[in-house]
Design a protein around this ligand. Sequence first.
Ligand code: ADP
Ligand code: TRP
Length: 331
Amino acid sequence: MSTRVLSGVQPSGVKHLGNYFGAIRQHLELQDRFPGECFYFIADYHALTTVQDAEALRESVHELAVTYLALGLDPDKTLLFRQSDVPEVTELAWLLATVTGMGLLERAHSYKDKVGRGLPASVGLFTYPVLMAADILSYDATLVPVGKDQIQHVEMTQDMATHFNQTYGKGNSLLHRPEFRLSDAPYVTGTDGHKMSSSYGNTLPLFESGKKLKKLVGGIVTDSTELGQPLEAERCNVFALLRLFAAADELERIREHYRTGSRDGTAFGYGHAKLLLGAHIERHFEAARGRRDELLAHPERVEEVLRNSAVRARATARATLDRCKHACGLR
Ligand code: ADP
Ligand code: TRP
């Protein structure tokens, strides 16, 4: 079976450098390795388990689509669609729910964590992994790139596929067991040195530039070593972020400035390192920022990509659903 890549992304808030280096960049690299076989969708049904503000949801779905397209998702090679535009998936989720034991879902870390953090324990939140399994299985995905927190959900998907095949397959594989792919993504630190996360208010949002970016980068926490004194690159939050952008030879030179506290005979301090980082971020996302502005001015282009992709995704999901319904005796 050839490789079919699938991943879903939650449309919560403006994406940041952690999301880019941790997830988005891998998704975009895969579209070049597996042209025509990458299915990416915006998990708006899953988002309803946490976001219940219609306008906010619509906006963040649009923002996420714009973000992927601006960063280089090529709609000629890759599908980008809204989860809710493929109703076959929720139908398959019901079929899967009927072969899924309560015990399997009760073991989900993500559910326990979310309820532990105070989210209401809705049925939707509890059955979240069943919908996620339907997402994956509807499109015969073989490879699911995810972050660590989602591995258990893919393993549950494998179990559901196996149960479904055992119950209804009569020796045939109705649903394909997928594998997860953990990206070798770097762990991106936020402005306070902890993991960059939209929940911690320590992010560097993608596409920020000019004064705003300067202010955010200026706010990265450093120690109080005086200008001109040697600095420890390995313990510096600014240097950790510079690693994501600078080439090896430039990084070596910067490391030397840190070690000696000087650059070309003049004092070097955290302020200089922050200027270098700000310039890198500006440059790295410059073309994407331009594309983003263009897309924001033409929301109909974004909508067209989402709709066209959904039509193609639906055809695959329909075939899977028909196969499964027939096997259950529904046709
Ligand atoms: P947030 O913590 O901001 O809510 P999400 O949990 O929605 O981010 O993460 C979306 C994707 O981005 C996941 O695949 C996750 O692994 C990746 N990601 C998020 N933050 C980071 C980070 N600081 N470093 C590396 N990857 C990250
Ligand atoms: N649960 C995933 C997350 O929060 C999003 C998601 C939904 C997903 N369906 C998926 C990821 C299917 C991979 C495959 O990040």
